[in-house]
Design a protein around this ligand. Structure first.
Ligand SMILES: [Zn+2]
Length: 76
């Protein structure tokens, strides 16, 4: 299994359908993209995934940290 978004091979099963073995959700341990195997090829197939949204190792290494949420203000 290859991640459609970043082409990593570090992919594992996140969850399977609780009844009937109908779908499987995979997650990428490099970019944290997750997808269900029943989605269209534009989501599941690395070659058909939109190039606009592709990530690579260089981009992942340089992503900015999401700023923390500040504490809630005291209500008057
Ligand atoms: Zn990925």
């Amino acid at each position: 299994m290859i991640c459609p978004r970043c082409d990593s091979k570090e992919v594992e099963v996140m969850v399977e359908s609780p009844v009937g073995n109908v779908w499987t959700v995979y997650i990428c341990n490099d970019c944290y993209f997750s997808w269900r195997n029943t989605e269209g090829e534009e989501i599941t197939n690395p070659e058909k995934y939109s190039k606009k949204w592709k990530l690579n190792r260089e981009i992942l290494d340089n992503l900015q940290v999401i700023p923390p949420i500040p504490p809630l203000k005291e209500q008057a």
